[in-house]
Design a protein. Sequence first.
Length: 253
Amino acid sequence: MIEFDRVSFSYGSNSVLKDLSFSIGFEERVAILGGSGDGKTTILKIILGLVRPDSGRVLIDGEDMTDRDEDGLRESRMKFSMVFQEGALFDSLTVKENVAFCLREYDHLSEEDVDARVRHILGTVGIEHAMDLMPEELSGGMHRRVALARSLAACDPKMFLYDEPTTGLDPINADNICRLIVDLAREGTGFIVVTHKVVDALKVAKRFMFLKNGALSFEGSSAELMGAADPDIRRFISELRYGADAQGAEIQS
Ligand SMILES: Nc1ncnc2c1ncn2[C@@H]1O[C@H](COP(=O)(O)OP(=O)(O)OP(=O)(O)O)[C@@H](O)[C@H]1O
Ligand SMILES: [Mg+2]
């Protein structure tokens, strides 16, 4: 379980998170929605211990992260598989080497084993054929899949963290990524997806949070989200009227 207990965080004088409290189980499927700059990525960075809160406590698996040293934070970080917003790949390495790099980081595997695992993981995300391409030769959607594959290779996570996994992708590629996210959660490993794309959040998540001015202004189910009176949330979900029908949008696992 991830527990935030009155967490506040600022970048200099820019107060990003204010007394933020929530609990999320590792098996849950959660979407954190919010506008650009509202602190979504910052929440994920705090979960990973990449930045420390100014005040409040963060508990991961019941353990207080607040005063942990770098080694302690690294150990906790291994519980998560994070796909960063930029999904940065190493430009000078092939797709295969990008994924293999992480395997070599975490495990002591023979080259044959590395090769077999890379093929398997790339097969899982449907881009085995792109194994020998360089990042610059990939489309945006393929790039995102390789970034996903790389995070899958990294460890056997207790939870996946996705930062804007579908932003900038066409609807078909975005839908493919959503399906992958649901597929990967099938074994009971949950996820937190932070996004401003409500359409995609509705496809994957069961619990929704809305971040506004550094605090949660809403928490509930998809039906509750759709019925929320908050004008900011209403504006957010107005995109749905032009696109996907929110009813039955969830991808069944
Ligand atoms: N390294 C940094 N140094 C200083 N300010 C930062 C840094 N990273 C983020 N910020 C600021 O903190 C605030 C929250 O940023 P954050 O990246 O968490 O937002 P976000 O909700 O993920 O936005 P987006 O939807 O655009 O990705 C913003 O005002 C941003 O300008
Ligand atoms: Mg962000």
